[in-house]
Ligand binder design. Structure first.
Ligand code: FMN
Length: 305
């Protein structure tokens, strides 16, 4: 029988499907619901040093193949959010990845120390949100900055550090190599693709911030290409994310080079039950195709070309 357990470096997962950042990550209860529905781990909402309101509505635009969002990284700030992590940690056995964002290596250092002191299983550095000023992809598309931020987070953290990269660049491999040079334990790819929607009737952009990040089915092939390129450039594990709805989508990411994967928009669209559905369909795919482990599938698309 195929086995779904997997590991991302030192982080061991009962199964490879992880809740992506920003989806259900605001409360402990919603993250526990994801785990109870089969998620192998959860990534928290991205948390900054100070509380932040985010943008005015409309912040989300839904279309048949996914979502556009420009939430503006609303969050209660690290001091307040620590209670959410403590509540999550009160039930043993949950794999929790704490997502943090900041404007420079100093802020990432402060947040890495605070978040890792809460005994999360790893940190995910948001170097990739495409719609917030002075943070996310604005700093995460500069390879030198990526290296400095990762190094600072590593110096201030007692747990593994994952760098989440932006696809809004012409060379995601360069960003991945910088993260690896800075000491990253894993790469997460991708965050949303910078995009916009326009209402022809209103003759104006739909989102209050005008620009947003696209996710869901529409980005799967961008995500696969990014994971494939990164796998050829670095030796650290990769977590794939972008447009995963089925076990076969997940298998494609594994074969591109991922050791585990995150699910975002599909959870928003279909509810947390998507985790057990994806795990079930991945398991049947593996059985039918005679794969016995996740590890065996990782990177397979490279070996056959
Ligand atoms: C509403 C929404 C909020 C998000 N918030 C965050 C966030 O706070 N931090 C982050 O790193 N990514 C955030 N993301 C990006 C997702 O974690 C994920 O990388 C992206 O949506 C692609 O995966 P998907 O197609 O499965 O949604 C958000 C995405 C959406 C749709």
């Amino acid at each position: 029988m195929p086995k779904l357990d997997s590991s991302v470096g030192k982080v061991e997962l009962e199964n490879p499907s992880i809740l992506a950042s920003g989806i259900l990550g605001e409360t402990a209860e919603s993250m526990i619901r994801a785990v109870n529905n089969g998620a192998g781990g959860v990534v928290t909402k991205s948390i900054g040093v100070e509380p932040r309101d985010g943008y005015l509505n409309p912040t989300i635009y839904s279309f048949p193949d996914g979502l556009l969002n420009a939430m503006g990284l609303p969050n209660p700030g690290m001091n307040e959010y620590r209670h959410v992590i403590e509540k999550l940690k009160s039930e043993p056995g949950h794999i929790i990845i704490g997502s943090i964002f900041g404007k420079d290596e100093k802020e990432f250092g402060i947040l890495a120390e605070a978040m890792s002191s809460l005994k999360v299983d790893a940190l995910e550095l948001n170097l990739s949100c495409p719609h917030a000023k002075g943070v996310g992809s604005e700093i995460g598309s500069d390879p030198d900055m990526v290296e400095r931020v990762v190094r600072s987070a590593k110096e201030h953290s007692s747990v593994p550090v994952w760098a989440k990269l932006t696809p809004n660049t012409d060379d995601i491999s360069a960003l991945a190599m910088s993260a690896e040079n800075g000491g990253a334990d894993a790469i997460v790819a991708i965050n949303t693709v910078r995009a916009m929607a326009i209402s022809a009737r209103l003759r104006m952009p739909v989102l209050s911030n005008r620009y947003g990040g696209m996710s869901g089915r529409a980005v799967k092939y961008v995500g696969l290409r990014c994971v494939y390129e990164i796998y050829e450039s670095v030796d650290i594990p990769i977590v794939g994310v972008g447009g995963i709805y089925t076990g076969e989508d997940a298998a494609e990411y594994l074969m591109a080079g991922a050791s585990a994967f995150e699910i975002g928009t599909a959870v928003a669209e279909k509810g947390p039950e998507i985790f057990s559905a994806v795990n079930r369909s991945l398991h049947s795919f593996m059985k039918k195709e005679h794969y016995s482990s996740i590890q065996e599938m990782t990177g397979l698309a490279h070996r056959q070309t």
